[in-house]
Structures are given as C-alpha cells and as structure tokens.
Design a protein around this ligand. Sequence first.
Ligand code: NI
Ligand code: MN
Length: 226
Amino acid sequence: MKIAWHGHSVVTIETDNGKRILIDPFITGNNLCDLDAETVPADVILLTHAHEDHVGDTEAIAKRTGALVVANVELAGYLEKKGLTTHGMQMGGQHEFDFGKVKMTPAIHGSALEINGLPFTLGLAAGFLLTIDGKVIYHAGDTALFSDMKLIGAGAPIDMAFLPIGDNFTMGPEDAATAAEYLQAACVVPIHYNTFPIIEQDPEKFCEKLTVSKGIVPEPGQSIQV
Ligand code: NI
Ligand code: MN
C-alpha cells in the first residue's frame, strides 16, 4: 500500500491490488496540492462531508475516471443526481469494498454545500476508519475533539491517523494531540492546516505535543510509510 497527503485533507492510497483511493479531493484552489485534477487517477473517492474544501474536484474527477464516490447518504444522493456513481453510508456503518473495509465514524462539524448560490446541508460530517491491506487508517475529516474517539481505535489498533490541526473550523493542535491519545494511534499525520491564513499552524510543534503517537509531517505528495 502506498499512502500520501497532498495538502489540506487530501489523502491518496494505492492498494497492493492497484486500486486508487482519493479522499476529499480539494485540488483546484488548494495551493499546497501537488495533484492535477485533470490527470489524477481514481477508482474510488471518499468524501468526509459536503464542504467545498472537501468535495473539491469530485464531480470532474469522477466523471473522467468513473470512480465510485462514497459519502453520507444525503451527499451521495445529490451527487448521484449529478450523474456520478455513488455508495451512501451513515455513521457507525461499515462496508466491505473490493479495495478494503470502510467504516463511517462520527465527526462534530457541518456539512453544507453551495448549490445555485445558496448553502444546503447534506447529511452530517463524518470520518473514515479504513482497513486496507491489513493496516488500519483513520481519516478524521473535519471535527472537534470528542471523547468517543477512544472507541474508534478500540476494535483494532490504528496504524495511522490523519487529524486536523488548523483550529477555527476544526480541532487545533492541543485538542488534536489529545485526540491522538484517545485514538492510541501509532502514527499521526496532521492535516487541514496552512491552506488559508486562518488555519496557519506549525505542524512540527504539534508533533512535539504527541505522547503515544509518532508524528509525521510529510511534504505534499511524499509517500508515507505505514
Ligand atoms: Ni468542513
Ligand atoms: Mn474543511
């Protein structure tokens, strides 16, 4: 399995059987992103919630590649009407796909999308707990800290957690460090920072706060060892 972060909450995973997974593909307008929305490969796109900085280039990428879009039922229903192939889930539910297992986990955050100039809420924000090639990967999406994070890694130890640290819209570094403790994640990669001035953070300083987890600050596009 190959895994990489691409600025903001964008994460790509290439499985051992060659499946390309794209999480929250906010590429256009993401200055930290090393990917090209017109060429990025995708067999499946996972969306944590409906905000623009997460749905991003989903429609164009899915139409070009035919990728399956996995999202909450309301967002999936909307994207299905736009002509995409989708799989709707809800929090607490899990499903075995041909690339691995996906569990939709809770998040504390909004999930609105601008449609014809007006914001519409499409379901609830979520995170993903993925079991792929024998590894457990948690992508928190956008969320506040919540103590039930202690339950997310309880079933199987988390090998790698992607946690937002930008503050203002999500957890800041202090709360994200507490989240890492609750999750008991072996490795933590900070996400959702430095994309915009309001979420500027020092990821190395965040890593110094980690107790049980090893912090990793990859360059956008750099392959991360799980
Ligand atoms: Ni958001
Ligand atoms: Mn966001």
